[in-house]
Ligand binder design. Sequence first.
Ligand code: NA7
Length: 546
Amino acid sequence: MQGERPERDQRAAGSEDIDVLIVGAGFAGLYMLYKLRELGFRAQVVEAGSDVGGTWYWNRYPGARCDIPSIEYSYSFSPELERDWRWTERYAAQPEILAYLGHVADRFDLRRDIRFDTRVMAADWDDAAGHWAVTLDDGSTQPTPHLILATGALSAPKTPDLAGLDKFRGDILHTALWRDDVAIDGKRVAVFGTGSSGIQAIPQLAARAAQLTVFQRTPNFAVPAGNHPLTDEDRATAARTLRADREAARHSPLGFFSAPRPGAAKAQDPAARTQRFEEQWGAGTAGMLLAYEDLLFDEESNGFAAQFIRDKIAGIVADPDKRRAITPTGYPLGSRRMCSEIGFYDAMARDDVTLVDVRENPVIDMTADSIVTQSGGYPADVIVFATGFDACVGAIKSIDIRGRAGLSLRDDWDNGPRAYLGLAIAGFPNLFTITGPGSPSVLSNVVISIEQHVDWIAQCLAALRARGGAIIEAEADAEQAWMAHTDEVAQQTLFPRADSWYKGRTRDGREVFMPYVGGVGTYRVRCDEVAAAGYAGFSIRERTSI
Ligand code: NA7
């Protein structure tokens, strides 16, 4: 679609001669920069935050913690880095992950090529020149042959459009844009949302606030994180098998280190099944989902695991009304993002924590110091939105990207995202997305998925360079076939049975399941085959033809 846009400022005097511009300095952007430098490319990162970290820079809410074991949720590209960094807990808290990424930036001297406090506003493909003109929020324009979006799948925060919010005079926070200058202690705090962020923040907020009111729309399944400090012995044990575990994870369904598992839950006798769930209870979200091979495929087997968790909740939350409201029903376990909890159900059981089910009792207005629902008002000094993200597409759509013939990516993706292998988009030459829609991304250990994408893109750029800087673009047919395949694979699982942020929507209301659920290992093989076949499904144009 050809859109209208005002003239942009000309290229800034200080703009640099670069080969690749990378947007974002989180896990993906940092490794991309490292890798490209290693291959002799001139790469520059543009980052809106004041430091590295990406999602771990912004999400500083109390309780923010990874729900994948730290040793798995870390880079594998440098054995020296693996050896020197000592994770202190099984599941690292946000400050430790941020410190890790800061260490990576320092250790590999990455900061000198990162432009902080700068937001990418737009990018225009110039077909005649064979490059992108990238517009930054200081008004300058940076030309670059290649543009890589390392913008993260969960990085564009969403705030609900609640009636009367403009009348509220207290403080308003979002978990993904947390500020420490807002007082919580002794205040009346209202939290909206019980996804991963809400479930992590609620116990901490309950301990500090005078009273806490939780506005819940959909209850989620949460399992105990099973967090504990890591001892030297834990680290030494992990180090002994780390190489092999990493390699196995790269070829596994979800990218986790995992032991072999029994096949079908429904094939086991009830006592053995309960015993198995008990063992996995406390082994984190992946532990529960990987208890049996068929939990994400078979409704009956899934139902056993879901009921096991419901029974656990019933054992913690005594109040029958709260228990009913907080217990997830109506969708399969794992078909919405599973949550990991440390004291969430205990916090919800407290007398000074009120639960409002907004499906039964919607918010209809606000006053200066209260939230008004159909059944009455709830006083609040602070509102915390734990309402999540415009997942998988939001950060990309926040940039006004125009491809060949002025095609607007934003307009195009308003009709549901499309991408070939989740890596490239037809109509947008020399542009790559790291963990884009159509790749395992949010349904995998994302660090493993990031490393795989970065390695693949780097290899591709080297191949293009060897051909004199040839220009690459995904072919529309290959892209369409890949999106159809992504959907077909998802339909074989229980994922489509739930309303979740894994889904996007076309203009005519059709659902697009965004992550590729065929498995991290299968996906890797497919990407490698595409590269080995001379980038099958991509068109490559020699620069001399420009
Ligand atoms: P999520 O998982 O998208 O959770 C957002 C929550 O906010 C979810 O429970 C929503 O309910 C809820 N929500 C949204 N709007 C409202 C309103 N208006 N009222 C009440 N509740 C609302 O985001 P998170 O930040 O928790 O986690 C995202 C991922 O980040 C996480 O999985 C990790 O991978 C890291 P809904 O389900 O839409 O009914």
